[in-house]
Design a protein around this ligand. Structure first.
Ligand SMILES: Cc1cc2nc3c(=O)[nH]c(=O)nc-3n(C[C@H](O)[C@H](O)[C@H](O)COP(=O)(O)OP(=O)(O)OC[C@H]3O[C@@H](n4cnc5c(N)ncnc54)[C@H](O)[C@@H]3O)c2cc1C
Length: 296
């Protein structure tokens, strides 16, 4: 199939893009890497009258990072660019770890991480990473600039709070803190496919004891929610997985994270994956926290 007829715009500045978006309103769609939007256009799941291609706008492909300010990257930074950036990895290792699970190399070479975030797919890794880290997205329109915190960004599956006349220009994620570790893992039919279930976790460890533990889910749970497991895990040994709180964690995750059935997996199988992956990923995040001193 082919996209329905549309007017193609190629602005060369953010201001120009905002002006076009303001003029066309709900009839416009921003095009970044096109890895999600172009298939949707071709299948006519989206049929905007105007396509605003932002790829000719300079400076949107920049990445800055520091151990104080964290990592900020622009709307044209591809998954591949961000994953390869050593400064970003040093400041916030969960970015590269998350990107390792995103799609296949050809898609990572074109798809942008901010595009994936704004696309708000509950099966995508980077929305969960942004939520867990408490990052934010900067957006521009003719009305001005605003920053949207991750917890206010995801309204529902494929629905973000970026308004139709806004262009998202950059993302910021906080730097990793000493004593805080992160981990991600998922089960997919093939590496690079969307996850049947994935878990991203962040754990704080003080004197080899867990003091905080949170997790966000991919293809499971309420989209946009971060689950706090601190009550279950506070006081658990970060070096001994046989400590009773670690055994209680899997059951707690199974109870708290709802799962749905689709053509790929039953809800029961997804629940089983939630339980097994939560134990594994949260413990791995605790191990990462133990090693964070070497990192920092
Ligand atoms: C076969 C296949 C497998 C994939 N597997 C995975 C996977 O395992 N995990 C995963 O996370 N993703 C996966 N993807 C999706 C991929 O990561 C996309 O790159 C990403 O979802 C969207 O980024 P993009 O730059 O291509 O955005 P586009 O396709 O250009 O846009 C996507 C949506 O976001 C909007 N948008 C994009 N940028 C902006 C902006 N700056 N401001 C405002 N709106 C914007 C667009 O209007 C559109 O609605 C897969 C894609 C394919 C085709």
């Amino acid at each position: 199939m082919k996209p329905s007829p549309l007017v193609y715009h190629r602005p060369t500045s953010v201001e120009e893009a905002c002006k076009v978006l303001a003029e066309v309103g709900h009839e416009g769609k921003v095009l970044a890497g096109g890895q999600s939007l172009v298939p949707m256009l071709s299948m006519r799941l989206a049929a905007p009258a105007n396509l605003i291609d932002i790829t000719a706008i300079p400076k949107l492909d920049e990445i800055t990072s520091s151990s104080e300010a964290g990592v900020t990257f622009g709307a044209l930074v591809t998954h591949a660019d961000l994953a390869a950036n050593d400064g970003a990895f040093a400041a916030q290792p969960l970015l590269r770890r998350g990107l390792h699970h995103v799609a296949h190399a050809t898609i990572r070479n074109r798809g942008t991480t901010l595009g994936s975030i704004v696309h708000a797919d509950p099966s995508a890794e980077m929305p969960a990473v942004l939520l867990l880290l408490g990052g934010s997205v900067q957006v521009r329109s003719v009305r001005g600039t605003r920053t949207i915190a991750a917890e206010e960004l995801f309204l529902g599956p494929l629905e973000s709070s970026v308004e139709p006349d806004e262009v998202a220009v950059s993302v910021t994620v906080p730097a990793a803190e000493p004593g805080v570790g992160t981990a991600i893992d998922e089960i997919a039919r093939r590496h690079g496919d969307y996850a049947l279930v994935g878990v991203v976790a962040q754990v704080r460890v003080v004197d080899e004891v867990v003091t905080e533990a949170r997790a966000a889910y991919i293809s499971a749970g309420e989209f946009g929610e971060v689950i706090d497991f601190t009550e279950i895990l506070a006081g658990a040994s970060a070096v001994d997985e046989s400590d009773p709180p670690w055994r209680a964690l899997a059951e707690s995750a199974r109870e708290r994270v709802e799962t749905d059935a689709d053509i790929h997996a039953t809800a029961r199988y997804r629940s089983q994956l939630v339980a097994a992956l939560t134990s594994r990923v949260v413990f791995n995040a605790a191990q990462d926290a133990l090693h964070s001193a070497e990192r920092n």
